[in-house]
Design a binder for this molecule. Structure first.
Ligand SMILES: Nc1ncnc2c1ncn2[C@@H]1O[C@H](COP(=O)(O)OP(=O)(O)OP(=O)(O)O)[C@@H](O)[C@H]1O
Length: 246
């Protein structure tokens, strides 16, 4: 299936992003950060703590305007952007289904969400309220909401942190299922090398702060062949290449 709406790659060329405190202290988070995520590709941004991964996503989402450089989001029939953060940010007084429908553009408000709910194992939870959901379920709803908008590009910022490993693993598989059913260009921030190797077409590895691209690791293998032995081999070659970064 072709990715929805998007035809161009995501292109990022951030010359510099510096934070300045009121006391005059400067922190340069990013310097000469350039990379591309190809049309329909799932990429991970991986790097040491504080190297500017979240800052990069915030710039791409238009939440940080004070930087030098440029970026180009994938376009096409539309240029909708969706994001999934660590906090699911659901409206507490709305049901699961209402939370999702309210996020949709008018043209999609009445769309049939059955298959999406089914893929994410949410079919029986449509009328629950966020307070009735575990964190793992709330994260599933956040994924459903993001994919329901049929975005041209999807940004994810560590969507599986602070979950027990079993729940996180189930969510990784659910993410792969929903992404395969509704492919879109995706960029996910993670600290977790195994997670990146499991989900990505390519891993963009950042240097310590100020973050720039230290190297790119292509995972050319189709995901169904990434069995435990293959994952362990991939992990070894990844660590050999990037031992100095992580
Ligand atoms: N609003 C801000 N004001 C000042 N400094 C900031 C601000 N946001 C981020 N920084 C600094 O910019 C640098 C990059 O932060 P960022 O959160 O992007 O890193 P990260 O790679 O996502 O880190 P982590 O992996 O720990 O989440 C850090 O040194 C951080 O302290």
């Amino acid at each position: 299936m072709q990715p929805v709406g998007a035809v161009a790659p995501l292109r990022v060329d951030i010359a510099e992003k510096t934070f300045r405190s009121a006391q005059g202290v400067s922190v340069t988070a990013l310097k000469d950060l350039s990379f591309e995520v190809r049309h329909g590709e799932f990429a991970c941004l991986l790097g040491p703590s504080g190297c500017g991964k979240t800052t990069t996503l915030r710039i791409l989402l238009g939440l940080e305007k004070d930087f030098t450089g440029s970026f180009r989001l994938p376009g096409g029939e539309h240029n909708r952007v969706a994001a999934v953060f660590q906090e699911p940010t659901l409206l507490p007084w709305r049901t699961v289904e209402e939370n999702i429908r309210l996020a949709l553009p008018k043209s999609l408000r009445q769309t049939d969400l059955d298959s999406l709910f089914q893929t994410l194992g949410l079919s029986t939870m449509r009328s629950l309220y966020p307070s009735e959901l575990s964190l793992g379920l709330a994260r599933r709803v956040a994924l459903a909401r993001a994919f329901a908008t049929e975005p041209a590009v999807l940004f994810l910022d560590e969507p599986f942190v602070s979950l027990d490993e079993q729940t996180a693993e189930r969510l990784r598989y659910l993410l792969l299922s929903v992404w395969s059913a509704r492919p879109t260009t995706a960029l996910m921030v993670t600290h977790n090398v195994r997670e990146a190797l499991m989900l990505s077409d390519r891993i963009i590895v950042l240097s310590p702060r100020p973050g720039h691209v230290r190297g790119v690791f292509d995972v050319r293998l189709p995901r169904q062949y990434r069995n435990p032995q293959v994952m362990s081999d991939l992990g070894r070659s990844f660590r050999e290449k990037f031992a100095d970064v992580l």
